[in-house]
Design a binder for this molecule. Structure first.
Ligand code: 856
Length: 312
């Protein structure tokens, strides 16, 4: 069942992949037609599904597969020295070792104030093993502010797709950003300044700017109920609420969690981040089942808000 509004799957309309806009309101009859086509795909084999969506990677997901500490792809890594780049502080690229499945989408991730890439390193192999190229970065200085972190995330993506050793493994039209705390504030800044980004996930984000109506990128805002550095009442909640209601957006508030919960392996952060990146970077509707209907409060979820379904 098609729960999110379906965008013209690249190729379905033009035959060529390219940046897509994310405002749902553009589509009317086209959406209805594609929804009808989508209904047929439920009976097709995985390979036929892959043929329909050229960005689909990996086997059909299950709750166990998105909660696992590693996904189906073996992961390699490459260090990027700060001395070899400009515009950000270097980092580590985690990528699927195999080239058999073609190109992958890519995500850059910024740490927070005073922190280095090590503080968000767990996300590298966790996300890359599901079929993404993941770049955990250092910032130029650990005291850089959110707007700077946003520019650095974009510089890192440009390096990744244009100059890095893995550039040929990446589909440069399918990029996303994540970050922790001021790095999450940076992910919001990056999405605001580059609407072609396909997904953004700010984690217990901190920013003095509380309103983000300009964002056109599908955004999953992750807050923590016990965060006293970026309290959800003055950070994640207004960030989420200020996103356009027409946008694919969601708010995940972690239960029994702190500002630093995103700094170590966390299954709830991983499973919803994987689902969001797969759904919006890979256009992979197989992951919609984990996002819609909205997850209910649980031992690890204080609250979940979102605007699905818009159709169906
Ligand atoms: C840890 C962001 C006034 O702002 C703050 O006190 C503050 C503190 C920490 C952070 C952050 O990025 O934490 C991440 O490395 C804002």
């Amino acid at each position: 069942m098609q729960l999110f509004a379906r965008r013209p799957a690249s190729g379905a309309t033009s035959g060529a992949p390219g940046p897509r806009s994310h405002r749902r309101r553009r589509y009317g009859a086209l959406t209805a037609g594609l929804a009808a086509i989508a209904g047929l795909t439920t009976t097709l084999s995985p390979s036929a599904g892959a043929a329909e969506n050229p960005y689909e990677r990996g086997p059909a997901p299950t709750t166990a597969s998105i909660e696992a500490s590693r996904g189906p792809y073996a992961v390699s890594q490459a260090s990027v020295s700060s001395l070899s780049v400009t515009g950000f502080g270097g980092g580590t690229i985690y990528y699927p070792t195999s080239t058999a499945d073609g190109t992958f989408g890519a995500v850059a991730i910024s740490p927070g104030y005073t922190a280095r890439q090590s503080s968000i390193a767990w996300l590298g192999p966790r996300l890359a093993s599901q079929g993404f190229v993941v770049f955990t970065i250092d910032t130029n200085t650990t005291s850089d502010q959110p707007a700077s972190r946003g520019r650095q995330l974009l510089a890192a993506l440009d390096y990744l797709t244009e100059r890095s050793s893995v550039r040929t493994r990446i589909d440069a039209t399918r990029l996303g950003v994540m970050g922790h705390s001021m790095g999450g504030g940076g992910a919001l800044e990056a999405a605001k300044s580059r609407p072609s980004l396909q997904a953004a996930i700010p984690l217990t984000a901190w920013n003095l700017d509380k309103t983000w109506p300009e964002i056109e990128t599908p955004t999953l805002v992750v807050g923590a109920d016990g965060d006293s550095i970026a309290p959800v009442s003055s950070h994640s909640e207004p960030f989420y609420q200020s996103l356009p209601s027409s946008l694919d957006r969601a708010y995940l508030e972690l239960n029994n969690a702190s500002h630093f919960t995103p700094n170590s392996s966390n299954t709830t952060i991983a499973k919803y981040s994987i689902s969001w990146l797969k759904r919006f970077i890979d256009n992979d509707t197989r992951y919609e089942q984990f996002l819609c209907p909205l997850p209910r409060p649980s031992l690890t979820i204080e609250e979940y808000r979102g605007n699905c379904p818009h159709t169906s």
